[in-house]
Design a protein around this ligand. Structure first.
Ligand code: NAI
Ligand code: MG
Length: 331
């Protein structure tokens, strides 16, 4: 029995969440869902976007499924990352059939440091303009590199690449790179290398198959993960995980997409794949593989898929099809 916090949020967040919970029903796993509120609609009613009660529910759960928030996204998701110290942002870059991927058979992951770097938001006006502070600590670099190596090992991946700009940012990225090679010593079987972020951005387009697990600092990870999303097709397909010492929060990369809300046209795949990441996190690896396979079958057939994938199915019709496939796989 897993205690799972469920925050549908706003707009299509609610629709893709309903679709995903419908798919998970087929699994022979007991989920004890704790529904919680956050986002624009909740803020309209109460004046706050993320109530303490929701934070508490997430803290008391083993994992959290999060749909999407609207305009309050920063107050909800950024605050949650801080409150729960979710220091890992994990984004798979994987090509799925029918997804307009620029390459076939792509499968790598980006592990982005989520708590420091340039995103601590310490900016200051100066006489000439403004400055921003970039904080890189040994502690945060150690734990993110360690996570990347452990993740590679656990998921059977063979290579970890550190991405940085240590030739220019000699001190900050110097520490990041040095820490990476220190941590690597505990993983003698793992292949490793390091690359500059600018070259990495190019290799994503020219030779993306060279990557397996990438570990990098906050801003570089943010930019590269969107580039990665661009490599493998639309927002309707891209999941993410935010992981800390005690919690994991799993969410699609897309937002509340107000233009799609209420129409049943949202693609549930990104949320379903976020649930797959959650199952992996809970070490329900077989179930994770089965749910992913069911989704891949539906995408490959291309019959019961949403309009963004060239189909005519609604969010729930697609989810019901995925559930049907999953039931067959489980039988
Ligand atoms: P968005 O991701 O909500 O939508 C951008 C476009 O991508 C949509 O118009 C749609 O064409 C497409 N799209 C996204 N998800 C889709 C899906 N599941 N199926 C089919 N098409 C899909 O980003 P946008 O429009 O920039 O932001 C809308 C709202 O969402 C804003 O209020 C923003 O603050 C919020 N947001 C929240 C996030 C979060 O909760 N983590 C992340 C990004 C945006
Ligand atoms: Mg981003």
């Amino acid at each position: 029995m897993y205690k799972i916090a469920v925050i549908p949020g706003d707009g299509i967040g609610k629709e893709v969440m309903e679709a995903t919970l419908h798919v998970l029903e087929a699994l022979d796993i007991d989920f004890n869902y704790q529904f919680a509120e956050a986002g624009d609609e909740y803020a309209e009613k109460t004046g706050i976007a993320l109530p303490q009660e929701t934070i508490d529910i997430v803290k008391e759960s083993q994992a959290c499924l999060f749909g999407a928030a609207g305009e309050t996204a920063a107050d909800v998701i950024v605050k949650m990352r801080q409150e729960l110290d979710l220091y890992v942002n994990l984004r798979p870059v994987k090509s799925y059939p029918g997804a307009n991927s620029l390459f076939d058979n792509l499968d790598f992951v980006i592990v982005r440091e989520n708590t420091e770097g340039l995103y601590i938001g310490r900016e200051e006006y100066t006489e000439e303009g403004a400055t921003a502070l970039r904080v890189i600590t040994r502690k945060a670099s150690e734990r993110i590199c360690k996570f990347a190596f452990d993740y590679a090992k656990k998921t059977g991946r063979g290579k970890v690449t550190a991405v940085h700009k240590a030739n220019v940012l000699k001190k900050t990225d110097g520490i990041f790179k040095e820490t990476f090679y220190q941590i690597a010593q505990d993983y003698p079987d793992m292949e490793l290398d390091d690359r500059y972020v600018d070259a990495t951005a190019m290799f994503f387009i020219t030779k993306p198959e060279m990557f397996d697990v990438i570990v990098t600092t906050n801003l570089f990870g943010d930019i590269l993960s969107d580039e990665g999303a661009g490599l493998v097709g639309g927002l309707g397909l891209i999941p993410s995980a935010n992981i800390g010492e005690n919690q994991g929060l799993f969410e699609p990369v897309h937002g509340s997409a107000p233009r799609h809300a209420g129409k049943g046209t949202a693609n549930p795949s990104a949320m379903i794949l976020s649930a797959v990441l959650m199952l992996n996190y809970l070490e329900e690896n077989e179930a994770a593989r089965q749910v992913e396979q069911a989704l891949v079958e539906v995408l490959s057939e291309g019959k019961k898929v949403t309009p963004d994938m060239g189909g005519k199915a609604s969010t729930m019709e697609m989810a019901r099809e995925v559930k049907e496939k999953l039931i067959q796989i489980l039988a």
